[in-house]
Every structure is written in C-alpha cells, then in structure tokens.
Design a protein around this ligand. Structure first.
Ligand code: GAR
Length: 215
C-alpha cells in the first residue's frame, strides 16, 4: 500500500530557528549522558563529537539497567560508564542524589537524558538548573510519557515526530528547544514509525546540544 502514498517518506521538517545555523559552543561542553536502554542517541552525540560537528566531550554515561546496550556503546567509544541501578535505591530522591554526585564528580556542565526512562525529582533539577535536556519521541505537548509512539498511532495522527526540551519536574513538559516532524504512514507499526522518528532524533539531538551550549 505504501507505494501509492504520494509523499516523500524521507521528508521531514525540523524547527527552523536554529537548525540551519552551524552553531558550535566556543569552549568544549562537558556532557553527562543518561540512558536506560539501547543508547543510539548516546552514540550519535559521540559520533558528532568525533566528526567535530559538536564541540564537546562526554565525561560520563550514567545508566540504570545492568543490561543496557548503551554501556557497551560507551565502552566501544572509550567513554566511562557508571551503573546506578534504580533497584538499589529506596526512593527516587536517593537515586537522583547519587546521579548528581556522579555528574559533579565528572565535572559535567550539561546533562543529556537520551532515553532515560525514570521519572526525576527536584534533587536533580535543582543541581543543574536549565542544564538538563531530554529527548522524547513525539511532538510535545502531544503524547507525553511512556509508549509515545503507540499513543500517536492509537490517536490516528498523520504527523508526529520528536522533541528536545529542557527538563522540568512535570514529565515531558519543559521549554521546547527543537522538534522534527515525521509523517505517519498507513501501514506503520510502532516499530517502523519509531525507527523513522529515531532518524530525526539523531539529527536534532546534536544540533540542540550545540545550540543550548552557546547560552
Ligand atoms: C528514544 O526514542 C527517546 O526519544 C525515547 O527513548 C528512545 C531511546 O532510544 N525516550 C523516551 O521515551 C523518554 N520519555 P535510544 O536508547 O536508542 O537512544
């Protein structure tokens, strides 16, 4: 069916404000990345740094699941990885205090939540005011929370996408830095749609980091 669909499926629209500028932080940004699973967004940030498209250095990857592939990716790229398993902490605040301590030990000045699947507390937000960014697989404020791609399919929207935003306590709610739109195709499954959204995530995350790093 998709061969009759009259749109260019590779097309997308990135929010124009900063995406067309070749922005680079003037001094190298010290990044802390937080990931729970696959870590493809971690990888594209590391790749952008390697290719000198982003003037930054990843000081540490923090991950919360012992089996997270993100940790393997970090090892492959020579980035130190610290496991902070949420199951070892009684309260969310305790985990967040451990995260803050680790980020401070590694001298991080910008925190990237790249597929971090835990709710955060004020402990983390207060330690890095306006210096934590999150990537989410929908055009916020639509489809907050888990299973955002499935939510978009269930709602029947024809366009969805991804958002990079500043972190606030309320889930998926902070000021939006950058978005990319992705068409929903008639025969999309959550997997096919998420794969196309991720292509756009991988474009906008390094751009958004560069842009915020200039502030
Ligand atoms: C990404 O699609 C990201 O937007 C999503 O998790 C995926 C992680 O992929 N984050 C959320 O849903 C947060 N609410 P990755 O592990 O391959 O980078």
């Amino acid at each position: 069916m998709s061969q009759y669909y009259p749109i260019d499926t590779s097309s997308s629209l990135i929010s124009p404000d900063i995406s067309t500028n070749n922005l680079q932080p003037t001094k190298p940004l010290k990044l802390g990345v937080m990931a729970s699973g696959n870590g493809s967004n971690f990888d594209v940030v590391a790749q952008a740094i390697q290719e000198e498209r982003l003037n930054a250095q990843i000081q540490v990857l923090i991950y919360n699941n012992p089996s997270a592939k993100a940790a393997v990716r970090a090892a492959n790229r020579g980035v130190e990885a610290v496991l902070l398993n949420h199951r070892d902490y009684k309260k969310r605040e305790d985990l967040d205090r451990a995260i803050v301590k680790t980020l401070q030990q590694y001298n991080v000045d910008l925190v990237i939540m790249a597929g971090w699947m835990r709710l955060v507390t004020q402990e983390l937000i207060d330690a890095f005011p306006d210096k934590i960014i999150n990537i989410h697989p929908s055009l916020l404020p639509s489809f907050k929370g888990v299973r955002a791609v499935e939510q978009a399919l269930a709602a029947g929207v024809k366009i969805t996408g991804c958002t990079v935003h500043l972190l606030r306590l309320e889930m998926d709610s902070g000021p939006i830095l950058m978005q990319a739109a992705v068409p929903v195709l008639p025969d999309d499954t959550a997997a096919t749609l998420h794969a196309r959204i991720q292509i756009q995530e991988h474009r906008i995350l390094p751009l958004a980091i560069a842009a915020i790093g200039n502030r």
